[in-house]
Design a protein around this ligand. Structure first.
Ligand code: NDP
Ligand code: 2IT
Length: 448
């Protein structure tokens, strides 16, 4: 662990004390505080106004019961969450996650990361996150719909175009956003398109939002390579996950001349040396909601390994796009052995602190999630912009805007890292750059 600035030690101690058992939240806070030492020294006004302490405490946390009826008539109870973390720069903004592992500590780590990520996009959005311990796997469309309707029956009173704007995350995609929006519209009797992002293209959604996180991660990676005088052309790439972020990361790598030879889901990893067939993967995952084994069964030369780690596959670029803490020190060591040059996080906090340390010590370029995966929420902000002006842009124009955001964000990380004495350090650049904008807005608004 990196030592903290002595002024920040009591701040972290207090976060640990006030939020017992929330390990992922502790990890996310520590990682940001570790970067802030030079800021504490140069900007004493933040400490005077207790800005860091305030940023670590959510503005509002909502926990609620979500009852629903399964296909057999059984009554099930889930827990729903929305953590409205920080609204200094705009309405709370961030996804909803439906996964059995969801509890307050995960929602708070995600909401905390979202504050700085959203700030880095340069667009007017605050940070928040929500979700439920509901497990969508194996559930019928009817069960998903009834769950989403019940979830929104409580959530609707807390959200709004100018208040809090949820979107998707793990387990929440276009289908779920549809059911959630339908219920919001019905309860409120308002066609308030800007209350949710990730909507369908015929009812207020933005072109390129589905693709945006994966595309953005690859645009960020391309900039990291460009800074070293290289490109993606001909590079061997490994992506973890096979969901929304992973699929479109694979698509963009292939468009830019790289070859993705492996991806994964929670059942194992898929190896396809000829390069992943994206149409087949999309059909298996998006249409049939199947497993990576279904892909391998239909593709010559592809195999599934269910008792290993995707990081064992030698590659030059690795893009973890599944979930938090999916790459530990051992995974990083395997990647280093396999000749990895760049790791960019498509997921939120997929690399453990030990993995990040190992990668950096080995001279591997590391792009942290709050910068590298900001393209999704940036395009959500573009969706809000289109909704506010009742407009709808073309795919090409929207993708170009996303590309510009990612290039600007990359350059901003490097400039900030330079300015604060850590040249080339994307972690310092992202944490400091994201923090300062929020901190300055909070200072300007007084003690609220
Ligand atoms: P999806 O639900 O579409 O896909 C998630 C993928 O990761 C699936 O392949 C899933 O496998 C795998 N996965 C999830 N949890 C686990 C786990 N505990 N162990 C192993 N594999 C797991 O989600 P997204 O693609 O939207 O999200 C992926 C990551 O990207 C998350 O960290 C999310 O927070 C982050 N993110 C998402 C954005 C978005 O716009 N969607 C924006 C920015 C970041 P299986 O199906 O077998 O569970
Ligand atoms: O982690 C993330 O940035 C997201 N899940 C997307 C959030 C959003 O509001 O589009």
């Amino acid at each position: 662990m990196t030592a903290l600035h002595p002024d920040l030690e009591p701040v972290l101690d207090e976060v640990l004390r006030r939020n017992p058992g929330e390990n992922e939240f502790h990890q996310a806070v520590r990682e940001v505080l570790e970067s802030l030492s030079p800021v504490v020294d140069r900007r004493p006004e933040y400490a005077q106004a207790s800005i860091i302490e305030r940023i670590c405490e959510p503005e509002r946390q909502i926990i609620f019961r979500v009852p629903w009826v399964d296909d057999d008539g059984g009554v099930r109870i889930q827990r729903g969450f929305r953590v409205e973390f920080n609204s200094a720069l705009g309405p709370f903004k961030g996804g909803l996650r439906f996964h059995p592992s969801v509890y307050l500590g995960i929602v708070k780590f995600l909401g905390f990361e979202q504050i700085f990520k959203n700030s880095l996009t340069g667009l007017p959005i605050g940070g928040g996150k929500g979700g439920s311990d509901f497990d969508p796997k194996g559930r019928s469309d009817g069960e998903i719909m009834r769950f989403c309707q019940s979830f929104m029956t409580e959530l609707y009173r807390h959200i709004g175009e100018y208040t809090d704007v949820p979107a998707g995350d793990i387990g929440v995609g276009g289908r779920e956003i549809g059911y959630l929006f339908g219920q919001y519209k019905r309860i409120t009797n308002r066609y308030e398109a800007g209350v949710l992002t990730g909507k369908g293209l015929t009812w207020g959604g933005s072109q390129a939002r589905t693709e945006a996180t994966g595309y953005g991660t690859v645009f960020f990676t391309e900039e990291m390579l460009r800074a070293k005088g290289e490109s993606l052309d001909g590079k061997r790439v490994v992506v973890s996950g096979a969901g929304n972020v992973a699929i479109y990361a694979i698509g963009k790598v292939h468009q830019l001349g790289g070859r993705v030879i492996a991806c994964s889901d929670s059942s194992g990893y898929l190896l396809d040396e000829a390069g992943i067939d994206l149409d087949l993967l999309k059909d298996v995952k998006e249409v049939r909601r199947g497993r990576v084994a279904d892909y391998a069964a239909e593709r010559d030369g592809a195999t599934v390994i269910s008792d290993g780690s995707v990081w064992d596959v030698p590659c030059q670029i690795a893009l973890p796009c599944a979930t938090e803490n999916e790459m530990d020190e051992e995974g990083a060591a395997a990647l280093i052995k396999g000749g990895v040059e760049i790791v960019a996080e498509g997921a939120n906090m997929p690399c453990t602190p030990g993995a990040i340390r190992a990668l950096r010590e080995a001279g591997v370029g590391f792009g942290p999630g709050k910068a590298a995966n900001a393209g999704g929420v940036a395009t959500s902000a573009l969706e809000m912009q289109q909704n506010a002006s009742r407009d709808s842009w073309t795919f090409e124009y929207t993708e170009e805007r996303l590309h510009e955001v990612m290039k600007g964000l990359h350059d901003n990380c490097l400039t900030t890292a330079d300015e604060f004495g850590s040249p080339g350090d994307y972690v310092a650049g992202a944490n400091i750059g994201g923090f300062i904008k929020v901190a300055d807005a909070m200072l300007a608004m007084g003690v609220i």
